[in-house]
Every structure is written in C-alpha cells, then in structure tokens.
Design a protein around this ligand. Sequence first.
Ligand code: PGA
Length: 256
Amino acid sequence: MRTPIIAGNWKMHKTIDESVAFVKELAPKLATYTGVERVVAPTFLSVAAVAAALKETAIKVSAQNVHWEDSGAFTSQVSPMMLKGLVEYVIIGHSECRAYLDETNEGVNKKAKALLAHGLKPIIAVGESLAQNEAGETHSFVGGQVRAALNGISAEDMGNVVIAYEPIWAIGTGKSASSQQANDIIAGTVRASIRDLYGDAVADSVRIQYGGSVKPNNMADYMSQPDIDGALVGGAALKVDDFTELVRLAAEAKGV
Ligand code: PGA
C-alpha cells in the first residue's frame, strides 16, 4: 500500500509571517489524518521559520527548488546541504521552473541525484504542454522526462523518490485533466516507464501524484483512481480550509 502524499506548493506566495501563521492554523486541523503524508512547500525565505513552527508536528516541509552543487559561485542558488535538517522534500522540475528558469531534464537529474545523496527526497514534476497533448505526444514526452530524470538513480534510492504528473495546460488554469485521463497517463506512461527501468517491485511502490487545478471539488475523483497516490497542489493549498479538505478527502478515498 502506497501512503498517499498531499503537498502544497505555495509558489511565490506568503511572507515569512504569513507562512508561519498559516501552518500554525493548519497543523492542528491536519493532525488526525495520520495515514496521509502532509507536506507544505514555502519559498526558500520561509523554509526555516516554517520548519521551526512544524517541528513538533508530523507535517513535513519541502523546498521548491535546489541547486545540485553543495556550495560555490552560484548567485541566488540554495544547495541540498543548506536544506538538510530543514526539509524532507524538494520539488524539482516544476513546469514553471522548466519554462521560466531554463530547467532542463539534465538539471533535474543532477538535482535528484544530489538530493538523494544528501538524504533528501525529490518530488520530480513532469508533464506535457497543451500542444504536445493535442499532437498525441504525451506518452513519448512525459516518458522521456521520467527516464531522463531518473538516469543513474538506483532502485534502492527510488524508495525516496516521488513523481508528480502535472499536465502544463492544467496548472493554475482551472482546466484539469479528467481523473481517468490522469490515471491513464500515470499508470500507462509514468509508472510504466519506471517499470521498464526498475521492474515491478519498484514501479508498484513509487508514489505518483497528480497536479493541476486540484481542488476540494475534484479531489475525491482523483484519489479514487488506483494509480494516483496523492496531489501536488498550488492554488487550493493557499487556504487552510481547502488544504484541510484535500487531506480529509484523500484519507477518505484511500481508506487510511
Ligand atoms: P495549481 O498548481 O493547483 O494551482 O494548478 C499546481 C502546481 O503547479 O503544482
């Protein structure tokens, strides 16, 4: 049984004070849903304060990006070494980073390896554009992203990897993939690529999230799909009540 994982990607939202106030309100509301892994991803600036505020809780912290080097002349960057002890997860390969920060498959792979080497867990985001989707290229493109991201990663390390399938056309648009569509790609492309690379045991244990306009009103539908193990959520994760509802619905749908 794969433990469902719901991660709130706050993107460039919330000041330090707002982030801390948010998690202080959120933590007690999520306390009962212990069968679901609950993760918040604030900006780098708020990571330390949020980690301190969540110290006595089971809610985990994620960063939204990382550099692959430990240190060096990389102005503006943050290394896995600096995040160690503060976060458990780091989102890499988000489509916004691929689009605006020139994130490449090669970079995602280097980041994934660096994180795993430091005992941190990558949430690797993959997903196709609307044009690719309409051209029928989803399977080859997303499969290629998965294979490139995992290049050289051992089967053992795969136990610490989460993949988030986020069709770009569904992110922040209110336009979501149907739960059936999402499950088909997650099972037939993402999990199938992992199966080709690592075999059944790894493929059946890796957790794969869906992301893209996940809201309380469509959450139960996604979570009722067998291959969807959780969600990477932007907009709806910025409100305490919505976040709580997402976690509750995941726990209910997965029976945990
Ligand atoms: P959204 O963002 O839920 O606002 O669509 C998801 C994401 O970008 O991770």
